[in-house]
Design a protein around this ligand. Structure first.
Ligand SMILES: NC(=O)c1ccc[n+]([C@@H]2O[C@H](COP(=O)([O-])OP(=O)(O)OC[C@H]3O[C@@H](n4cnc5c(N)ncnc54)[C@H](OP(=O)(O)O)[C@@H]3O)[C@@H](O)[C@H]2O)c1
Length: 324
């Protein structure tokens, strides 16, 4: 029997039930993983609340690391005892034990810890495509990064600095401002106290930034567009404050012939080669010290309701882990 989180309906953190389930033998193409660390991601709250509806009842969670304890006879390239990690669908990572397909499973290099991998794989591969594919960051580029001290932010900021960018971060508190500066932000804006676009214009001598990475959504859309230089790029990649309203193309013209993209990790890691490129790039920046894993919170798996509540209340900093 294995502790597993299930939801019967969408709603607040209270809808997550902690139950014991029987995990059968792995099906064709699958291995059984004894999970040692589970990554908490903001998308898990969208799945739980119904912002991104699931077919119910359902498990939750997109990311975990652990050790293979069983495998179907047709598996090649993996062995019992291998340390592995995965990020992305299908949901169901909130569990002690899980059968998963090897299609998107990655073997962990010896020097990458399971807790670090579970905390950073999804967020770090996201940072990779945002910095290298959505926009190709080069030395001297000016970036605005919202939630700079958050899970994705705390990977994206130091990685962007290593590419030679000038990084302005927004944060919700003084403590997070300190964390954002430590991870490399050149300038930090306290989003609850300042007009973000005015501050960006002041910092950039009226020019604006080349690219905005906006994961906050509804509350920051206008400020993000107003912070861009002529022909700048708005990367809207999340909705922590709610979905942003639709954007009229004419507004992009009026604000400076701006570009807008709304990417998702799945489309940037849709092939095995893309997945491995992104994961290996992340492992390398962890290995060479560019990205220092910031695991700000650890919760027991059965305390997942508190973990979700803290994340949604902006109480967390860096990445959060659920420990089975
Ligand atoms: N599209 C993709 O491929 C992709 C992949 C991964 C993640 N994401 C998105 O990236 C974002 C970050 O994910 P994460 O897991 O690393 O979470 P996170 O950044 O650790 O947490 C969200 C942060 O957003 C900020 N925030 C601002 N207004 C908020 C509000 N009204 N409610 C809640 N939070 C608010 C808070 O930081 P402050 O208090 O400092 O403002 C909060 O800590 C999420 O929007 C997620 O959906 C997208």
């Amino acid at each position: 029997m294995a502790l597993t989180i299930r939801i019967q309906q969408h709603g607040g953190p209270e809808v997550m039930q902690c139950i014991e389930t029987e995990v059968g033998a792995p099906a064709s193409g699958e291995v059984t993983i004894k999970q040692t660390a589970i990554g908490l991601n903001y998308i898990d709250t969208y799945h739980r609340s119904g912002v991104y509806p699931l077919s119910l009842p359902s498990g939750l969670g997109q990311e975990a690391a652990g050790v293979i304890t069983a495998m179907s006879a047709d598996i090649a390239g993996f062995n019992i005892g291998d340390r592995v990690v995965y990020a992305g669908g299908p949901v169901g990572a909130y569990a002690e034990l899980r059968n998963v397909s090897t299609a998107r499973l990655l073997k962990l290099p010896d020097d990458i810890d399971e807790t670090v991998a579970a905390a950073l794989l999804l967020k770090g591969m996201t940072a990779y495509y945002l910095l290298h594919m959505s926009f190709l960051v080069k030395p001297g580029h000016r970036l605005l990064v919202h939630a700079a001290a958050g899970g994705v932010g705390s990977v994206l900021v130091p990685w962007a600095k290593s590419l030679g960018a000038f990084v302005i971060g927004t944060v919700g508190s003084e403590a997070k401002a300190e964390a954002a500066r430590k991870s490399g932000c050149d300038e930090v804006i306290l989003s609850r106290h300042h007009n973000i676009a005015d501050e960006v214009k002041r910092i950039t001598n009226g020019m604006g930034v080349d690219v905005v990475y906006d994961s906050v959504g509804k509350d920051t859309l206008d400020a993000s567009l107003d912070s861009l230089r002529l022909r700048g790029l708005m990367v809207s990649f999340g909705n922590a404050s709610g979905k942003p309203p639709p954007v009229d193309p004419a507004m992009l013209m009026a604000k400076g012939s701006l570009f807008l993209t709304r990417p998702t990790l799945a489309h940037y890691t849709s092939t095995r080669a893309e997945l491995e490129t992104a994961a290996n790039a992340l492992f390398e920046v962890i290995r060479n010290g560019v990205v220092k894993p910031e695991i700000g919170q650890r919760y027991e798996l059965r305390d997942v309701a508190k973990a979700h509540a803290d994340l949604e209340a902006r109480k967390t900093s860096g990445a959060s882990l659920l420990i089975p």
